[in-house]
Design a protein around this ligand. Structure first.
Ligand SMILES: [Zn+2]
Length: 295
């Protein structure tokens, strides 16, 4: 079996919120087994908000979690990092409502976690094994989760823009694939959208330093990190959103024109089916990723 993991020591960083534009201090701390990922708003007396699908509050242009009046926004890239690096337990302290956007990708978070170091804990990790396909549709968009022995994603995006139009990619999600092929992919936005979002008080911190920005015909940034950086970023968002079901998974996930709403809804559907043994099994014998020794 494989064991749960946390970080070796605490580590912090400073950044700005993509939507608020405000400076935020973030500190990651090791957490005991079975804690999961818990956000802590230190500016609100330390109110804790666990990363759980049932606490998803808003999914307009980023995923937010809330508990009562208190929320944490734009959690997806950080959560994807924990998921991709197989970190099960961490406390995330923030002194503002939004996780810092850094460069719009998860590369800085991967760097932070690796600087802190990864610690193997004494309790086994359970994996969600999908036994019966699950599907959710919203208009012409869908997300489908089918049985597989390892986590694998097939993602299709379509935008009415000459530089993106269609991109499809299938990747097995191992720690190495996550670090090299998904984490560096940046978020993106269209100029017309940015102007509208600013009017309603969103993306106030957004710039070419933390997003790929496109106008009608071109990219305003100097270069792309991958020719298909857009679909890779969608995979990053998907991992962060799906992690809200609380378990690493063994399944092949197909997404067609997805977004946070579709992703987080599937995390909720998975959560609702955990009790039904016909659909989902909790399994402690992972079939891939020899990142830890067998015990
Ligand atoms: Zn994103």
């Amino acid at each position: 079996m494989y064991y749960q993991q946390t970080i070796e020591k605490e580590i912090s960083c400073v950044g700005i919120g993509l939507h608020s534009g405000k400076k935020v201090n973030m500190r990651l701390l090791p957490a005991p087994p079975d804690t999961g990922i818990i956000f802590r708003r230190v500016d609100k007396g330390g109110i804790e908000i666990p990363a759980k699908a049932l606490l998803v509050q808003k999914v307009d242009f980023a995923t937010s979690l809330s508990r009562g009046e208190t929320s944490v926004k734009t959690v997806e890239h950080l959560l994807a990092t924990f998921y991709g690096l197989q970190i099960d337990n961490v406390f995330v302290e923030l002194d503002s409502p939004e996780v810092p956007i850094m460069d719009g990708s998860a590369a800085s978070f991967v760097f932070l976690v690796e600087e802190a170091g990864i610690k193997v804990q004494e309790k086994p990790r359970f994996y969600l094994k999908i036994l019966t396909p699950l599907e959710h549709k919203e208009g012409d968009k869908f997300i489908k989760v089918v049985p597989a022995n390892e986590l694998r994603i097939t993602y299709y995006v379509y935008y009415n823009h000459a530089l993106i139009s269609e991109q499809t990619l299938t990747l097995p999600i191992t720690t190495e694939v996550f670090k090299d092929q998904i984490a560096p992919a940046r978020t993106f936005g269209f100029l017309y959208e940015v102007e509208y979002l600013r009017k309603i008080g969103l993306t106030l911190g957004g710039s070419k330093d933390n997003a790929i920005v496109l106008d009608e015909s071109k990219i305003l940034n100097d270069h792309l990190r991958f020719p298909n950086e857009f679909v890779r970023h969608k995979m990053l968002d998907l991992l962060g959103d799906l992690s809200l079901c609380g378990f690493q998974m063994k399944a092949h996930i197909y997404v067609h024109k997805g977004g946070h709403s579709l992703h987080t809804r599937m995390a909720q559907i998975i959560k609702e089916n955990i009790d039904s043994q016909q659909t989902i099994l909790l399994d402690d014998s992972p079939s891939y990723q020899a990142t830890q020794p067998f015990a």
